[in-house]
Design a protein around this ligand. Structure first.
Ligand code: SF4
Length: 240
């Protein structure tokens, strides 16, 4: 089997065509990825509902991919509790990249950077740590879905990332919120209880509020600003 590595200037062929991979159900895609990439496959988790689904699915695989936690130190207590319950249930060993403490960030960037320049804050607390965390891997599984926002509408289940120099896998690309919840309930998977009190999308405390009825799923993220994404899933590289 030939796979892309960080040293390769461009992706090398996969064992299956991309259009075939795009038609695969989530579980089948994950089983293929586990065979294709072996130990060079990872899943990132932020302890929202998609994390619950994917952690459950990868636990069924013969070779469990590494689970990377991007802990910004600004998660809700409920998110940390959810992490702990998933770790206990599935016996996860988390990979935790270094992320500067809040005090360090205040020292270097000034206080409350998230209020003054949230793009820069996300870059320091999420994008840079992710770039370093992904170094050992050839493929990265993420829980993003096409229906979450216009910027995610065009994602495919397997796509090459020039920015990160690896394959990005989106097994839940064609799922909607209802299907996510159906899977969690049917399999009795621990999930973030903030979802029960109006938080349909959950990130850092300063940048997350519950959504009102009729609002879009991610309307509670960076509300009141035109920011829509933390930058992890964008291909452009800025704020460096
Ligand atoms: S979501 Fe907010 S607090 Fe978290 S890294 Fe981004 S700007 Fe900073």
């Amino acid at each position: 089997m030939t796979v892309a590595t960080l040293d390769h200037p461009s992706p090398t062929p996969l064992s299956r065509p991309l259009d075939e991979l795009d038609r695969m159900p989530a579980e089948e895609l994950l089983a293929w990825a586990s065979e294709e990439f072996g130990d060079r496959l990872c899943l990132t988790c932020s302890w929202q509902k998609q994390s619950s689904v994917l952690v459950h699915m990868i636990a069924e695989l013969a070779r469990t991919p590494a689970v990377v936690e991007l802990d910004t130190h600004l998660f809700f207590r409920e998110s940390y509790d959810t992490r702990d319950r998933l770790v206990e249930r599935y016996g996860l060993e988390l990979v935790r990249p270094h992320i500067p403490s809040i005090a360090e960030q205040h020292r270097h960037e000034g206080p409350n950077l998230w209020e003054r320049d949230p793009d820069r804050c996300c870059h320091v607390r999420k994008v840079e740590p992710l770039i370093s965390a992904l170094e050992p891997y050839d493929a990265w599984i993420s829980g993003i879905r096409r229906d979450q926002s216009p910027s995610r509408a065009g994602i495919t289940k397997v796509q090459w990332s020039e920015r990160y120099r690896l394959w990005k896998l989106h097994p839940l690309a064609d799922w909607d919120e209802k299907r996510v919840w159906g899977y969690i309930v049917a399999n009795d998977i621990p999930y973030n209880p903030l979802h029960d009190v109006g938080y349909r999308s959950i990130g850092c405390i300063p940048c997350t509020r519950p959504t009102a009825s009729g609002e879009e799923e991610r309307a509670g993220r960076w509300a009141g600003s035109d920011k829509l994404e933390c930058g992890l899933h964008l291909e452009s590289v800025d704020k460096e």
